[in-house]
Ligand binder design. Structure first.
Ligand SMILES: [Zn+2]
Length: 242
């Protein structure tokens, strides 16, 4: 019987090698499944972060973007599993290389969703917050499904951010033509601070005005259609991810 370690190494080496060609979507999908979703392969394996860092430093934006997205998600998941951020410490040089690569690619990538996933990777690689995926998911999909923060209400609220307008509604907008909508209150750029201000300025300086606008909505306020309470969108994004 081969040892489990050897089998894992072979499996990882094969998948990473295929993923690195940039033409094998199935290999990326298998890496997400086995490293992230079911954990049958380990982020702490010595092949994982060093190989993803090599890919992030390659000349291929798609391969680099995929490597950065996966590495960031794996690190945040490992933070939550091991608490003490062991993986970040053990692989500090690789995390530094990945973060530098994410910040380089961010300045050149024109594709909106690819850019959003790079912002997510930057936040995940920095490791200061665990809810970057939830924050960016709403910018990419142009909607958040949240809960009203009022404990007597707690209604489901959809916050829609996009070209068809920015508003909150109590029903899944995609399934309903006549749902009541209430206008969103985006944050004035001059009122942004902290993470909101930082991301807004990054998106602007990287040439993604529409992402910057979506971020003013994410860091702005919505009104619950049920109880009319006005609340911070990002605070409810955080509440959902806890
Ligand atoms: Zn409410």
């Amino acid at each position: 019987m081969p040892r489990a370690d050897d089998t894992d190494s072979d499996r990882l080496a094969t998948l990473l090698d295929r993923a690195g060609t940039g033409r094998d979507g199935q290999a990326w999908s298998d890496l997400w499944t086995e490293l992230y979703h079911n954990g049958s392969l380990e982020i702490s394996h010595p092949l994982v972060l060093p190989t993803l860092a090599d890919m992030a430093e390659s000349d291929h934006p798609d391969t680099a973007g995929s490597a950065l997205h996966l590495a960031g998600a794996l690190l945040v998941q490992a933070d939550q599993r091991f608490e003490a951020q062991d993986c970040r410490r053990q692989y500090a040089p690789e995390v530094e290389r990945l973060l530098a690569a994410a910040n380089r690619w961010r300045q050149t990538l024109a594709d909106r969703n690819g850019y959003c996933h790079l912002l997510e990777a930057v936040l995940n690689l920095e490791g200061d917050i665990h809810w970057a995926e939830d924050l960016i998911w709403g910018v990419v999909s142009e909607e958040y499904e949240l809960d009203c923060p009022d404990p007597d209400c707690y209604a489901a609220v959809w916050v829609i951010i996009g070209e068809r307008g920015s508003f909150s509604t109590s029903e899944d907008y995609a399934l309903s033509d006549d749902a009541e909508t209430l206008p969103l209150h985006p944050a004035a750029p001059s009122a942004l601070d902290g993470l909101g201000l930082r991301l807004y300025e990054l998106a602007l300086s990287d040439g993604h005005e529409d992402v910057a606008h979506a971020l003013t909505c994410a860091f702005g306020e919505a009104i619950c259609p049920q109880c009319e309470r006005r609340f911070s969108v990002v605070q409810q994004v955080v509440a959902r991810s806890n």
